[in-house]
Design a protein around this ligand. Structure first.
Ligand SMILES: *Cc1c(COP(=O)(O)O)cnc(C)c1O
Length: 405
């Protein structure tokens, strides 16, 4: 873009014209009623059905206490990068807890999941390598592949057979793929990657498998240890696991977990680990508390899964266009960005906060309302949301969806 006020204005106007302009809303406060926490935006109380606080831990008193006690004890800032003087006891304890939680030799903290994914891909792949990605991977994985300088290929979403075929073809051409990276639970769709088949194919082709379980950890699997637990996959089958704290665990930050040498390589080489300030210790302390609370209060996981089933049952009775997701991410796909925006506004007027997700976050023509459930929602709130969705979406459901239901 030229350095020119008109060019800037035109770029913004173009977004607006395509219904792709994004807008923030400021949460003025939270109103708590028992376990329930509503957001207040522009004086209006909204039930949040679009956040990633699946277990309702983001405003949990015990976790908040761990945060503030650690702030008093350790201070607010780490003061330096981990490899300088910023690595503290709370970081160390959390890494040990995460290694145990994920059943891996070692875990390494990152400030964000975005940075952890950049680290994973760039530490293992570089110019001359080939990287395989699911077409709907999170932006941070794609950016990792771009930044690595490797060539990358994207296989059709969730298609393990295509991925395997591509891996085989690559090794025949003597350009073996260095790594395959995928979301475990896809962030905008809620479905799971076919991890057992991908793990087999990657092992056969000696390709690293990197799995980002940002949305599965804490929620999926018999004890909430994530999508790998759900599928019964171990550290041998999935050598590098990425997780984030900003979703089910209700704090902020991320980690990579794997065998000791692999993690040591990340620590030595990953630029998003080396050249950045260490996560504040209060966040590490709060996250360790969140790990404990998420396991002790297992009703939260059971509850959010129950609500996802309730939502799906209700939505399918109403003929709403659901996606094949069994997780708390339940998108209602409307297709058109304008329709999704209009539905979002209508829901907001009814007291429900459900953001419309538009391209380029999702492919063109698949704009959607990304509904997410949380353990703190009540049955009644879910039922009321369904009625509001029926009113907001009925006129906007694409005919092929309406016919299919
Ligand atoms: C949210 C998300 C990330 C980024 O994590 P942050 O800690 O928010 O930077 C990475 N991967 C996936 C799949 C995500 O949904």
């Amino acid at each position: 873009m030229r350095r020119d006020a008109r060019a800037l204005e035109a770029a913004l106007a173009a977004l607006d014209a395509e219904h792709l302009k994004r807008r923030r809303r400021t949460v003025d406060s939270y109103v708590r009623e028992g376990d329930r926490v509503d957001a207040v935006v522009d004086g209006q109380r909204l039930v949040d059905f679009c956040g990633n606080d699946y277990l309702g831990l983001a405003r949990h008193p015990e976790i908040a206490r761990a945060f503030s006690e650690a702030a008093t004890r350790w201070g607010t800032g780490s003061g330096a990068a981990h490899l300088v003087s910023g690595h503290g006891l709370e970081h160390q304890r959390l890494e040990e807890a995460l290694a145990e939680y994920t059943g891996r030799e070692r875990a390494l903290l990152f400030s964000t999941g975005y940075m952890a994914n950049l680290a994973a891909v760039t530490a293992l792949a570089g110019p001359g390598d080939l990287v395989m990605l699911d077409r709907l991977n999170h932006a941070s994985i794609i950016d990792g592949a771009r930044l690595s300088g490797a060539r990358f290929k994207r296989y059709p979403h969730g298609d393990a057979a295509s991925a395997e075929e591509e891996l085989r073809a690559a090794s025949k051409d003597s350009e073996r793929a260095t790594l395959l990276a995928t979301d475990a639970v896809f962030s905008m769709d809620g479905d799971m990657a076919p991890l057992p088949a991908l793990a087999r194919a990657c092992r056969d082709q000696q390709t690293w498998l990197v799995v980002d379980d940002a949305h599965g950890l804490g929620v999926v699997g018999p004890t909430g240890r994530g999508t790998l637990e759900h599928f019964g996959l171990d550290a041998e089958e999935v050598p590098l696991l990425i997780g984030t704290f900003g979703k089910a665990f209700g704090t902020f930050g991320a980690f990579a977990a794997g065998n000791a040498n692999l993690i040591e390589l990340l620590l030595q080489k990953a630029r998003t680990y080396i050249y950045t300030t260490a996560l504040p210790q209060p966040l590490a302390a709060a996250t360790r508390a969140a790990l404990e609370v998420s396991q002790r209060e297992s009703w939260r996981r059971e509850r959010v899964c129950e609500l996802a089933i309730r939502f799906r049952r209700g939505a399918s009775q109403l003929g709403l266009p659901l996606a094949p997701s069994t997780t708390p991410i339940q998108p209602v796909i409307l297709g058109d960005a304008e329709a999704a925006m209009a539905a979002q506004e209508q829901l907001m007027a009814a007291g429900f906060w459900v953001t419309a997700i538009r391209p380029p976050t999702v492919p063109a023509g698949s704009a959607r309302l990304r509904v997410t459930l949380s353990a703190t929602h009540s049955d009644e709130q879910v039922d009321l949301l369904l009625s509001a969705l029926e009113r907001a979406c009925a006129p906007r459901v694409a005919p092929r969806h309406a016919a299919a239901s």
